[in-house]
Design a protein around this ligand. Sequence first.
Ligand code: MRU
Length: 340
Amino acid sequence: MLPTIAWRGGSVIMIDQRKLPGQETYVRCRTYIQVAQAIERMVIRGAPAIGIAAAYGLVLGAMALTAETARSLDRDFEKIYERLERTRPTARNLFWALERMKAAYERSRGHGLRSIRTALLAEAKAIEREDAETNRAIGRHGQALLRDGWTVLTHCNAGGLATAEYGTALGVIRAAAAAGKRIRVFADETRPFLQGARLTVWELDKDGIPVVLITDNMAGWFMRRGEVDAVVVGADRIARNGDTANKIGTYSLAVLAKENGVPFYVAAPTSTVDAAISDGGGIPIEERNPDEVREVAGRLVTIPFAEVRNPAFDVTPAAYITAIITEHGVCRPPFEKSLG
Ligand code: MRU
């Protein structure tokens, strides 16, 4: 299984996703600031993996706490919490994991620093373990939607690298393949960060699942030609009504899928659902460094100071989504009811 992130000997180790597939190297974080920077710089990415990383980041922060009074302890904990929270605004799982960690802190804070550290490490490990189990369950439910011989299109990377292991969208594909179905995957390249080309193709190839790399602007044409049987993507945040934020380009795919009568599935754990947000209009969308668009693999592809927009995510209205697959089953519209 893919070693996305692990707690080892008092530090956090992550595979460096910026270097894949060329190099399989690992980054070791010894402080919560290093974890926050690793999330911001995309060493680790994908909503559930970001949540797990932040949880371990809080553990590292707690290891360095020295405060004597309850008040100063709370203040120092809050500082660590806020730094990790500021890393990536769209991924709901980041805030969900941090909220769980805060609850563990509050339960243990009356029992001294040692208990706090033990409780936080146990909670972070539980978040990681449960995510792996959740993805298997998503896979089990979702694979029933895919038929033998189908070609499935996916966008970005919602695989083992984006989670504790196995993946959400790729979990569905993996489970279908494990059930003996012959599934072929079209992987969108996913400009500007190329998660599809670099990570999804790498993962599926390692698993022996046939994968064809296409550029993002080819998807519509293949749908029109009847070469795509289903689209399966992950999610960064899902509003109560089912509107779904995912990697930029997902919305266009969903519109194309509807136009061409192709089912459009979102695979995500319920920890991605934000019950506080009624519809997609309330989802914060991260804007990233313009150089990610100006450059490809570190090489300038335009004039040096070209004006750029670089939203990392878009929102697909629920009306374009055939079903949302969670660890509890396949949710159909109206999502307000089926997700609740
Ligand atoms: O910017 P990224 O690479 O973190 O974006 C990742 C995605 O959009 C994924 O589809 C999403 O987080 C789901 S991962 C299981």
